[in-house]
Design a binder for this molecule. Structure first.
Ligand SMILES: Nc1ncnc2c1ncn2[C@@H]1O[C@H](COP(=O)(O)OP(=O)(O)OP(=O)(O)O)[C@@H](O)[C@H]1O
Length: 306
């Protein structure tokens, strides 16, 4: 089978938009208060997504990760606080900290050319092919009368190729498995060719190979192509493997934020998740591993010690 995300760093065509200034803040939220029907679920949150870096949002169920991510994507309007978007070429901000533009004030098409979100669930359209759905990612580049989008065909073909859905281009999306559909949505985001990529639990539905390859792709998009990635993950090992920065939410408050290697400690994770978590370096791979200790593990260890 020809599909492969693995070789994306070799095959990814140069993005059509200039992306430089790795490390500069591309999208930021400050002092965000987010609510549903007057119930505040995120309070005082700050987050920065930097060009060329992957930032993972972590935390228990209901801690506010998706809501925070959606607020950065303008899908959840904050009660308080700001969301600011810097220019990909760095012209909208100043050095380390972006001043940027008020993301909420941008024209929807302008925003969609710069930020995309792979959300947790999307309605599956019926009667449309995979190629149609991926081509939808080009909507911000089309004019009122569907005027030419010269980069469109190349971007769509390439997005399908690197996500492994090119071979199913003519199939109806309503006949795909959950994992296939997830890759089609990811291809749609990639076809949108934005400098900021937001992903809400993107490995859901994917089998082991595609989970690993998706995370490789995410890392390449950041490191090779300068994309600022914000990703909600539940798997702490995956987060440790892919993220440069992590933001840990607990009960709607940012409990810790910073370089992954510094933030991911057993002490913090044990406190936040309410279960004992061991963090150690794998003796062979050198990777950071986060392992929750179950009651059965404790019993086994006690029995072995006798
Ligand atoms: N549409 C909604 N209407 C009302 N409350 C909501 C809605 N969506 C989420 N919430 C509530 O907001 C809080 C934060 O939810 P959110 O989905 O952001 O958390 P999360 O950290 O992403 O959770 P999970 O890990 O379970 O996906 C939760 O208490 C949740 O019940």
């Amino acid at each position: 089978m020809k599909v492969s995300l693995t070789y994306v760093s070799q095959t990814l065509v140069e993005p059509t938009q200039a992306r430089v200034a790795h490390g500069q803040v591309a999208l930021s939220g400050r002092d965000l208060r987010l609510s549903y029907d007057k119930r505040t679920v995120v309070d005082g949150a700050a987050i920065e997504l930097r060009q060329g870096a992957v930032t993972a949002l972590l935390g228990p169920n209901g801690s506010g990760k998706s809501t925070l991510l959606r607020s950065l994507a303008r899908l959840h309007r904050p009660d308080a606080g700001t969301v600011r978007l810097d220019r990909a070429d760095g012209s909208g901000g100043s050095g380390e900290v972006a001043d940027g533009e008020d993301a909420l004030a941008l024209h929807p098409k302008e925003f969609a050319r710069r930020v995309t979100l792979l959300s947790q669930s999307r309605p599956t359209p019926s009667g449309v092919t995979v190629r149609d759905v991926v081509a939808y990612g080009r909507h911000p580049y089309r004019g009122r009368f569907r005027t030419a989008d010269p980069d469109g065909p190349r971007a769509v073909a390439h997005a399908m190729e690197v996500t492994g859905v090119a071979t199913m281009a003519d199939r109806g999306v309503d006949e795909l498995s959950g994992g296939e559909l997830q890759r089609v949505w990811l291809a749609t985001c990639l076809a949108q060719d934005t400098g900021v990529l937001l992903l809400d639990e993107p490995t859901t539905y994917l089998d082991l190979r595609y989970q690993v390859e998706l995370l490789d792709l995410v890392r390449d998009l950041a490191r090779v192509h300068g994309v600022a990635v914000g990703v909600v993950l539940h798997d702490l090992d995956q987060a440790a493997a892919v993220a440069d920065h992590v933001v840990v939410l607990h009960q709607g408050v940012v409990r810790a934020s910073g370089p992954a290697a510094e933030v991911l400690t057993g002490e913090l994770l044990t406190e936040v998740y309410g279960i004992h978590v061991d963090v150690y370096t794998h003796p062979i791979t050198g990777r950071t591993c986060c392992e929750a200790v179950s009651r059965h593990d404790v019993r086994r260890a006690a029995a072995a010690a006798v």
